[in-house]
Design a protein around this ligand. Structure first.
Ligand SMILES: C[S@@+](CC[C@H](N)C(=O)[O-])C[C@H]1O[C@@H](n2cnc3c(N)ncnc32)[C@H](O)[C@@H]1O
Length: 286
């Protein structure tokens, strides 16, 4: 054979091997599965691979109210179905973190086939050694003890971060919501990372004379409030969702009113109508 033809032959052969190993030429999901097709129940580093059913994926992302402004991270992302759905159906940026390199390659191939490379990244890494603090929505399908191992890190995430776990709970941190789906045998749970409000705060009324103290006893998102000081609102009920604080207070005519607040680290701004006027209280952690 002519030398030039031999060189072209070698180039084409190399290209074929590259295409087969990189998934570069894949045009369909079936192409992606040509070299490796996963089996439900196959071994994984800390937990086996069992995929979340597609309709539960959608129900989980809907419950988390994913929008194009979100960054969704799936811990132990398997074939990438959760980050792919987050980008494809909700317009979010998304990342999957997966230990098994074959699953990573498969998921990356699916991402390319779906044309979602600008929105979805699949990273080969151990979830226990990777920073996922940038996520605004975190999804998991692990095991209870793995959730518990991750819980301290999750609770340090930005207040308001939505966390959705297929099947497994987070110990004594009660979910904010249970997510059922029609055809499924599993259920998922949603938590909203609560702001840390525990302790005593001193509030001053902006442009007013009142100053009082408020002490929050906190267990995750559940809080009880005690107040002290002249002019302190009479708090009947308190609700914390992420960084949003809602206090139901009783005015001097025994009517219920609502004060809404935002927690920003060591500052809370509370405002609403009370005793016939608009009030704004600024609280600092004592
Ligand atoms: C039950 S599957 C869930 C897959 C995907 N999240 C879903 O819902 O379809 C758990 C995945 O976690 C992966 N995994 C196990 N231990 C891991 C670790 N330490 N770091 C990263 N991934 C891990 C497994 O390989 C498997 O793909």
């Amino acid at each position: 054979m002519h030398r030039g033809h031999r060189a072209i032959g070698a180039f084409v052969a190399a290209l074929t091997v590259f295409a087969a190993t990189s998934g570069w030429a894949a045009e369909s999901r079936a192409d992606c599965e040509r070299d490796f097709s996963p089996r439900s129940g196959q071994a994984g580093k800390d937990v086996i691979w069992v995929p979340t059913q597609e309709d539960l994926v959608m129900a989980m992302l809907k419950a988390a109210k994913v929008t194009p402004d979100d960054f969704v991270i799936d811990l132990g992302s398997g074939d990438g179905r959760i980050p792919i759905a987050a980008a494809k159906h909700f317009g979010a940026r998304a990342m999957g973190i997966e230990y098994n390199p074959q699953m990573v390659q498969l998921a990356q191939c699916y991402v390319r086939v779906e044309g979602l490379e600008d929105k979805v990244t699949i990273k080969q890494a151990d979830i226990f050694e990777t920073d996922f603090s940038e996520a605004t929505v975190l999804t998991l399908y692990l095991l209870s003890d793995l959730n518990m191992k991750l819980r301290p890190t999750i609770l340090k995430m930005k207040p308001g971060t939505r966390v959705v776990s297929n099947s497994f709970k987070m110990g004594d941190w009660t979910p904010d919501e249970s997510i059922d789906h029609e055809s499924g045998y599993t259920r998922a749970y949603l938590w909203i990372v609560p702001a840390d409000v525990a302790g005593t705060w001193t509030f001053e009324e902006e442009g007013g004379q009142h100053a009082f103290r408020m002490t929050f006893d906190q267990k995750f998102q559940e809080i009880t409030v005690t107040t002290a000081g002249e002019g302190a609102p009479n708090v009947k009920e308190a609700r914390l969702r992420g960084a949003d604080l809602q206090l139901t207070v009783v005015d001097r005519n025994d009517r219920s009113q609502t004060l809404n607040g935002k927690v920003e680290d060591d500052r809370i701004v509370l405002s609403g109508r009370l005793n016939g006027r608009t009030v704004k209280y600024v609280g600092r952690r004592s």
